[in-house]
Every structure is written in structure tokens, then in C-alpha cells.
Ligand binder design. Structure first.
Ligand SMILES: NC(=O)C1=CN([C@@H]2O[C@H](COP(=O)(O)OP(=O)(O)OC[C@H]3O[C@@H](n4cnc5c(N)ncnc54)[C@H](OP(=O)(O)O)[C@@H]3O)[C@@H](O)[C@H]2O)C=CC1
Ligand SMILES: Nc1nc(=O)c2c([nH]1)NC[C@@H]1CN(c3ccc(C(=O)N[C@@H](CCC(=O)O)C(=O)O)cc3)C=[N+]21
Length: 287
């Protein structure tokens, strides 16, 4: 990998890729609607988390543009596990619902891995059911979590090679870190996964050719964590005190990395577009 000679990192934006994915999804959704099978996405949320609310608004907005009907079931942060499960089961059985996403974070005591078992795999457009994740890890067809897929699709789109490269993922959640590691492995990267108990994080991340930050802490990744010339993907979407969006990667990393995904405008828009594309794909399979 070439060293960054002090010039600012190339911006790996996600907006054009997101537009291309949405355009394709819109054509396919229109074809289904013309056959009397409108595409419908159900969003189930039980949190007042700001990043999640931001995502839900972005899904509703983008679905409208793509011609996907979107219903939001906001059960509130006090929702009981049984109530969430019942809703997921009802949506799974509803023949007019093509795709289902359960937002994280969930209320205390509720586990995504557990609840997502109630999303039938054919409609599991954010790949949260353990069956979907198991299939993904086994190299079998399954919906990948949209964010994890957005990471590799964004790298592909910008021509960043992964085969034989050392990819380091910081974060091991079921929604992002773990599935991203599987998708990077599928592209023949050598993958290391870090988390809150990783000893000497900067030493591990400094070995990365491609560094993926999916933690949820503003500015956790500083130039000390980054090898000169590395490619950095910032998945973090954190609310700042003044209401703007900030990533996990400190902006000063741009002086050291060769390429960096912006927040906003990087992984986020691709995530939303892929969720809709998965929903259309689910509708096509169910039609
Ligand atoms: N752009 C997009 O499309 C999306 C963005 N996001 C954003 O990505 C971020 C991560 O989301 P998500 O995976 O759901 O978050 P989680 O809180 O579920 O997971 C965070 C992970 O980061 C690890 N971690 C926490 N602190 C540290 C630390 N100091 N050093 C190293 N690792 C640490 C945790 O480790 P441990 O397992 O040990 O607790 C955990 O594995 C958030 O900002 C979220 O808003 C999420 C989904 C989509
Ligand atoms: N089951 C589940 N899957 C998720 O993927 C998931 C989740 N739960 N809970 C919440 C987080 C957060 N998240 C975001 C996705 C896109 C933007 C996004 O599109 N952001 C825009 C800015 C906002 C906008 O322009 O509307 C951007 O980065 O450019 C933000 C946040 C997904 N998450």
C-alpha cells in the first residue's frame, strides 16, 4: 500500500453507490407493484436512541422515493419482550409484508439474537436471525446485515482490494462487527476482530491495511491507531452534543490514512439503500 505523503485522505463517499442501488430497487419494486405485489417493509423499534431514530427516518424517507411501502411499529423503550416477539411473529405471517427489520438497541433484557428468531428468514432483510447469520458464516445464501454489507460494497465500489490484505474490525456486534468480519473473510482478507477487552488496541489496529471502526464512540480512532496509507471505514454514527452526526474516527486520521469514508455520507446511505434492495429481493422471492 502506498504511503500517504501528508496529503489528505481520499473520501470514499457512499452517495453515488446508494443512488445506484436505490435506482435498481425502484425499477424492481415498480415491476412487482405492476403485478399486484407492492413491496412492503416493516420497521419495528423499541428504543429512543437517537442513531436509531435517525436511521428509521432515513429508511422511511428512502422507501418513499423507491416506491416501497414502509410501516413503522414504534413499541417504545418500555416494550416487553413478549410484545416485540408477538409483533415480529404477526409480521412474519402477514403475506403483504416483504421485509422486517428490528431496530437496535433494544430495551433492557431483550436480546437481538433471541428476538430475531421470530423473524422468518425469508423476510429477515437485516440478517438478524441466527439462522441468517449462521448461513452467512457458512457461505450459504442469506441476507447479510445491511451495514456489514455496506462496508464491503463501499470498498468494492471504490476499487479497494481486499484479497490478501489485513482487515481489522473494531467492534463485534451481531449487527455490524461480526458479519462484517465474515464478509471480509469471504473476500479473502486476513481478518482480526477487536472489542472492548482488546489489549493495546492501537498496536492491533496499526497492523491494518483496511481498518473498520464500528464501536459507537466519537473519535475513538486517532492517528495513533492508523498505519500511514491505510484505508479506514467509519461505521460510527454518533450524536454530538450540538445534534450533528460524528463517526468513531477522529477527523485528524485523514492526515494519515490514504482513504477514509465520511460521516455522514459514507456507510450510512449505502446501508439504507441495501436494506431496501434486500426488501425488494425478499418480495421477489415471496411473489
Ligand atoms: N452507518 C450505519 O449504517 C450504522 C452505524 N451504526 C453505528 O455503529 C456503531 C456501532 O454500532 P453497534 O455495532 O450496533 O454497537 P454495539 O454497542 O452493539 O457494539 C459496539 C462494539 O464496540 C466495542 N467497543 C466498545 N468500546 C470499545 C473500545 N473502547 N475499544 C474497542 N472496542 C470497543 C464493543 O465491545 P464489547 O463487545 O466487548 O462490548 C462492541 O463489540 C454505533 O455508532 C452505531 O450507531 C450501527 C449500525 C449501522
Ligand atoms: N437492526 C439494526 N440495524 C441497523 O443497521 C441499525 C440499527 N438496528 N439501529 C441503529 C443503527 C444506526 N444505523 C444507521 C444507518 C444509516 C444511517 C444514515 O443513513 N446516516 C446518514 C445521515 C442521516 C441522513 O442523512 O438521514 C449518513 O451517514 O449519511 C445512520 C444510522 C443503522 N443502525
Amino acid at each position: 500500500m502506498t504511503q500517504n505523503q501528508g496529503s489528505p485522505a481520499r473520501e470514499l463517499t457512499g452517495r453515488e453507490l446508494a443512488t445506484a442501488i436505490r435506482t435498481d430497487a425502484a425499477e424492481r419494486a415498480a415491476a412487482l407493484a405492476a403485478r399486484g405485489r407492492p413491496v412492503r417493509l416493516a420497521v419495528v423499534t423499541a428504543t429512543d436512541d437517537e442513531a436509531s431514530a435517525w436511521y428509521v427516518r432515513s429508511i422511511v424517507n428512502a422507501a418513499g422515493k423507491v416506491g416501497i411501502e414502509c410501516e413503522v411499529a414504534d413499541l417504545g423503550p418500555g416494550a416487553e419482550v413478549g410484545e416485540i416477539r408477538d409483533r415480529l411473529e404477526a409480521l412474519s405471517a402477514d403475506e403483504w409484508v416483504s421485509g422486517i427489520i428490528l431496530q437496535t438497541p433494544l430495551p433492557r433484557g431483550a436480546k437481538l439474537e433471541d428476538l430475531a428468531s421470530s423473524i422468518v428468514p425469508a423476510k429477515d432483510v437485516d440478517g438478524a436471525n441466527p439462522l441468517s447469520l449462521g448461513r452467512l458464516a457458512s457461505g450459504l445464501p442469506a441476507f447479510a446485515p445491511a451495514t456489514a454489507e455496506a462496508v464491503v460494497r463501499l470498498l468494492d465500489h471504490h476499487g479497494i482490494p481486499l484479497s490478501g490484505r489485513h482487515a481489522v474490525v473494531v467492534g463485534r456486534s451481531t449487527v455490524v462487527g461480526k458479519p462484517a468480519a465474515h464478509l471480509l473473510l469471504d473476500r479473502d482478507a486476513t481478518v482480526t476482530v477487536c472489542h472492548s477487552r482488546t489489549a493495546d488496541l492501537p498496536a492491533v489496529t496499526s497492523a491494518a491495511d483496511v481498518l473498520v471502526a464500528a464501536v459507537g464512540r466519537i473519535g475513538l480512532i486517532t492517528p495513533d491507531h492508523v498505519r500511514p496509507g491505510a484505508v479506514v471505514v467509519d461505521v460510527g454514527t454518533n450524536q454530538t452534543e450540538d445534534g450533528t452526526l460524528a463517526g468513531d474516527v477522529d477527523p485528524t486520521v485523514a492526515t494519515r490514512a490514504s482513504a477514509l469514508t465520511p460521516v455522514p455520507g459514507g456507510v450510512g446511505p449505502v446501508t439504507t439503500a441495501l436494506l431496501l434492495a434486500h426488501t425488494v429481493q425478499a418480495a421477489e422471492s415471496l411473489a
